[in-house]
Design a protein around this ligand. Structure first.
Ligand code: ZN
Length: 279
């Protein structure tokens, strides 16, 4: 199943350009907004398997984030070996480095993002995980059972704030308005030929700046869920940005950062493409 947040309402896609409204088709049992659907995800997917409804045309400009109001929103750092190497940091071992991507930074897939004046804004193409079941101290190897679906995201990062002394500010540096775009829709794992290994690509003004695949993750999707759940209680509708492959801008010589007027495009195999323009 592919699920969109279209004009503030949950819509199940029937193809790339059409779908049907969840609240209308379910006579109010689910929706109209997308966030509440995750609270009753198992019942929703059981209903959705046999559901249909009047056709709604999908308009790109009306697509919003898949988790507009998550209970919790996380980012995972240093989760691809080649990105660890370019960052010059150590490789995580027992626990992935985790920081908050505060809720007010979450944006839809095709929005204009205002660059932080005087800052250094960088790209980080990422697979985004949406939680579908409460998870606390879950068993190793069971993480996929707690995933509602996957989407495409950018962990946009303002490096001056992020790395300022005396203590790095990963949460704040990555949480300016619009700095956590996601979309264009949620794809349930069963739709993907290989949910554990998806090609992920980032392009700046049409030039490929990042190219990797999610099979390279140090902590894979089920492992991220399992590790986080040992400490926090994950709730349905929580969102996790799962880390970026190599090719970010701030480690290049010379530094390469997003400029006003540029367009950033991020694509994940089997899911879709998001696009930000910057002012
Ligand atoms: Zn990141």
């Amino acid at each position: 199943m592919r699920l969109a947040n279209h004009d503030g309402r949950a819509v199940i896609l029937t193809d790339d350009t059409t779908g049907f409204d969840v609240a209308t088709a379910s006579e109010g049992r689910f929706g109209p907004g997308i966030q509440g659907i995750y609270d009753d995800w198992d019942a929703f997917t059981a209903w959705a398997a046999g559901a249909s409804g009047d056709s709604v045309s999908i308009e790109e400009a009306k697509l919003g984030p898949l988790t507009p109001r998550p209970f919790q929103s996380f980012g995972v750092g240093l989760n691809y070996a080649d990105h660890v190497a370019e960052s010059g940091m150590g490789t995580p071992d027992a626990l992935p480095p985790v920081f908050p991507k505060f809720q007010s930074s979450i944006a839809g897939p095709y929005e204009t993002v205002e660059l932080v004046p005087g800052g250094k804004t960088d790209w980080e193409a990422e697979l985004v995980i949406v939680v579908g079941r409460k998870a606390h101290k879950i068993a190793e190897g069971t993480g996929w059972d707690y995933v509602a679906g996957l989407t495409v995201g950018q962990d946009l990062s303002e490096r001056v704030t992020q790395l300022q002394p005396p203590s790095p500010q990963f949460g704040l540096g990555k949480s300016f308005p619009g700095y956590s775009p996601q979309g264009p829709w949620l794809v349930t794992p069963d739709e993907l030929p290989n949910r554990d290994d998806l090609v992920i690509t980032g392009e700046l003004d049409g030039e490929v700046v990042q190219s990797g695949h999610t099979g390279q993750m140090i902590f894979d999707v089920p492992s991220i869920i399992e590790k986080l759940s040992q400490i926090v209680v994950l709730q349905p509708g929580d969102v996790i940005y799962s880390g970026t492959p190599s090719g970010v801008g701030f480690t290049r010589e010379p530094e390469w950062l997003i400029q006003p007027g540029q367009t950033l495009t991020t694509t994940i195999e089997g899911i879709g493409t998001i696009r930000q323009t910057f002012v």
